[in-house]
Design a protein around this ligand. Structure first.
Ligand SMILES: *Cc1c(COP(=O)(O)O)cnc(C)c1O
Ligand SMILES: [Zn+2]
Length: 418
């Protein structure tokens, strides 16, 4: 097995061991796999590792290592992945889709799917001799990078939009020891700055423009296919911000089909927040034009106005006969309340996928009998403020806390009220 890096814009080809994470022309690099096992043999190999034990063998990312383009060598792994699928009647009723599974990426070690990309990108950075790592982040990338950098002893530099990151995520970056910069600007400004700074200062960039992040995030799809016995669902639905995940899902499905892991490619649905929906606008116009918007939404993890992986996101939607949807903040918070009340819980951005399933079902795009896997991207505790605001506000699904005196009669009164 060997891999090369290919620039999507100019076609430049680099060796897989090259330390660069973007092309000199400014284009995005992509890992091109070559050789390795296929079909039944590849499935059997990945399935056998399910019964493996500790360390990298137990990782839901490195289990698929023949599909990640990285050769041998030490791995920086927590381990990560191995997230569960949940079926819940309340969520099925809410969306109108009986066979709806929720894949909970909030069960990763730092509470979001970012760990899957990070273990691969940090491992590659170490192999390539990185001296420091950096990222711009709406919160979860920085939490993940900080943890993996701490694990392997690399200095980490985080750029976040001041005042726009949920407290749980910021606390993680600080606690894991990353040098954290609060930038007066939005995420898009942070990403521009870190791209410039990392080139100028020789720091390895770990945003999802880094092709190795995409490789790791492919395993969300590979793992869910494996969990379904390699029987693909009709739809895979994912929240979409910077489009790293959308791109990774498209690549995973393309390669899974090419290598005979699956016989049929599921359709992708990428769901944006209505206040941060440049990709949705492009989709509506047949992807003839790329848009940039000033983004605003309660779902801070997808508060992105100029998605970096736009081109490869378009390819992912086209190649899977996919769709792009946009859902309001109200719809996101309502879907989150349903997921939370089912005992599962997720952060606001994650619930965009469930809100998207409901909307697409109502529009008849997803049919009642379709099988759907919706990805929950982050843990409920990432953004505790948002849940508190929702429940203290006394709306239809709110569950406000009740202040009482320390006496049984007060407890009884509360019980009766139900
Ligand atoms: C990063 C993130 C997203 C957005 O993923 P993209 O790859 O940027 O589209 C969605 N939800 C959560 C919780 C995230 O952390
Ligand atoms: Zn190039």
């Amino acid at each position: 097995m060997s891999a090369a890096l290919v620039c999507a814009a100019c076609g430049t080809r680099l060796r897989g061991s090259d330390p660069r994470t973007t092309c000199a022309c400014g284009g995005l690099l992509e890992v091109a796999l070559d050789g390795g096992p296929r079909g039944r043999a590849l499935r059997a190999l990945c399935d056998r590792r399910l019964h493996g034990d500790a360390g990298a063998m137990g990782s839901g990312v490195w289990r698929f290592r023949e599909l990640l383009g990285l050769g041998r060598g030490e791995r920086v792994t927590h381990p990560e992945g191995n997230t569960r699928l949940y079926w819940r009647d309340a969520v099925s009723r809410y969306t109108g889709v009986a066979d709806l599974a929720l894949k909970h990426e909030g069960e990763n070690p730092t509470g979001s799917f970012k760990d899957r990309g990070m273990t691969v990108a940090i491992t590659h950075a170490v192999h390539a001799g990185a001296s420091a790592v950096a990222c711009a982040s709406t919160g979860n990338t920085s939490a993940s990078m900080a943890a993996y950098a701490a694990q392997c002893g690399l200095p980490a530099l985080v750029f976040v939009p001041a005042g726009k990151v949920a407290a749980g995520k910021l606390a993680q970056a600080l606690a894991y020891g990353a040098r954290t910069l609060l930038v007066r600007g939005d995420f898009d400004a942070c990403l521009r700055l870190v791209r410039e700074a990392s080139t100028a200062l020789g720091i390895t960039l770990l945003n999802s423009v880094n092709p190795w992040r995409i490789e790791g995030q492919k395993t969300i799809v590979l793992e869910l296919l494996q969990q379904r016995g390699w029987d693909p669902p009709d739809w895979i639905v994912v929240p979409a911000g910077n489009l790293g995940n959308t791109a990774a899902f498209g690549k995973a499905l393309r390669e899974a089909k090419e290598r005979g892991l699956i016989a049929r490619v599921p359709r992708l649905a990428a769901v944006q927040a209505a206040g941060a929906a440049p990709f949705y606008r492009s989709f509506r116009g047949g992807f003839r034009k790329r848009f940039r918007v000033a983004a605003e939404t309660v779902a801070t993890a997808i508060r992105i106005g100029d998605p970096a992986s736009y081109e490869r996101g378009v390819r992912a939607i086209r190649q899977t006969r996919g769709v792009v949807a946009a859902v309001s903040d109200a719809a996101i918070l309502e879907a989150k309340a349903v997921v939370d009340a089912a005992g599962i819980g997720c952060e606001p951005a994650s619930a965009a996928s469930v809100a998207g399933v409901r909307q697409l079902r109502r529009q008849g795009v997803i049919r009642a009998g379709d099988s759907v896997v919706a990805v929950l991207t982050g843990h409920v505790l990432k953004d505790a403020e948002s849940a508190m605001r929702f429940h203290e506000r006394r709306g239809p699904r709110a569950n406000p806390p009740i202040a009482i005196e320390p006496r049984v009669s007060d407890v009884e009164r509360v019980l009766r009220k139900r």
